[in-house]
Write a protein that binds this ligand. Structure first.
Ligand code: KIV
Length: 277
């Protein structure tokens, strides 16, 4: 057994992993098929990320996806994962108006999708909202550094926390931990700063483009396994080339249908019931 030793990963196992120096493994998932595979592989945390807007819906940003769309995908992931800690993003527009709106959206994700926690983007400014959601009995994963829902305010996909901005990032991490977050995602943060945050905050850090010094790592699964057609960000390692495999398989299928070699007799029904199996 490697990684977290638990039949069902819960918040206390994430905390234990940090205390024991066990790395937390995390991937995004948006459907039952990949959730079951990643769960069987022993991935500790599955995030139904609002990156579904890009990956599943083909949109240019994460801003357009709705809470209802997230709930549909999260229900599939939560239903298929037997061991992993399933977290769902609060999408843009589902929590900013008021703490009451944030709690109501989180309750919907817990009740209708059956996830174990919600994730929310933002640091110091979001800490009171995190506290309200946690007080409602809902575990919260915070997300600081580069926060894709603020891509226009941040001026695009840029590294956060360099130079003077480091203190601000440390303050964000301290504020969300103090507010009760059970983990914090650090996205596109210099590796040294991410390691410092990891050493200073009591809750586990899960990095994406934040170096090896975090308590865990997360990647968008289609980036990690080579299913996206575009160029992946430079912090992504391609662990497989599923896009190329799928393209080749689809071409072979089309060739065989066109050539009349699929289906063969063994793949067709005959008069005798014997061949139905
Ligand atoms: O939506 C998402 O996939 C995320 C990860 C990049 C952490 O928030």
């Amino acid at each position: 057994m490697h990684g977290i030793d638990a039949r069902r990963v819960r918040t206390r196992h994430l905390a234990q992993a940090k205390a024991q120096g066990t790395k937390i493994t995390a991937l995004t998932s948006y459907d039952a098929l990949t959730a079951a595979i990643f769960d069987e592989a022993g991935i500790d945390l599955l995030l139904v990320g609002d990156s579904a807007a890009n990956v599943v819906l083909g949109q240019d940003s994460t801003l357009g996806i709705t809470l209802d769309e997230m709930i549909t995908m999260a229900r599939a992931v939560a239903g298929a994962a037997k061991r992993a800690f399933v977290v769902c993003d609060l999408p843009f527009g589902s929590y900013e108006e008021s703490d009451a709106q944030a709690v109501a959206s989180s309750v919907r994700l817990m009740k209708e999708a059956g996830v174990a926690a919600v994730k929310i983007e933002g640091g110091v400014e979001m800490a009171p909202t995190i506290r309200r959601i946690v007080d409602a009995g809902i575990p919260v994963v915070a997300h600081i550094g580069y926060t894709p829902q603020s891509e226009h305010a941040l001026g695009g996909h840029v590294v956060q926390g360099r130079g003077d901005a480091a203190e601000r990032l440390l303050a964000d991490a301290a504020a969300v931990a103090e507010a009760g977050a059970c983990a914090v995602v650090l996205e596109m943060v210099p590796a040294e700063l991410a390691a410092r945050v990891t050493a200073e905050v009591a809750v586990p850090t899960i990095g994406i483009g934040a170096g090896a010094g975090c308590d865990g790592q997360i990647l968008v699964w289609t980036d990690a396994f080579g299913l996206g057609r575009g160029r992946a960000p430079r912090f992504v390692r391609r662990f497989a080339q599923l896009g190329e495999d799928l393209l080749a398989a689809a071409r072979t299928y089309a060739d065989e249908v066109e050539a009349g070699t699929f289906p063969a007799a063994a793949e067709s029904f005959g008069d005798s019931k014997e061949r139905d199996k």
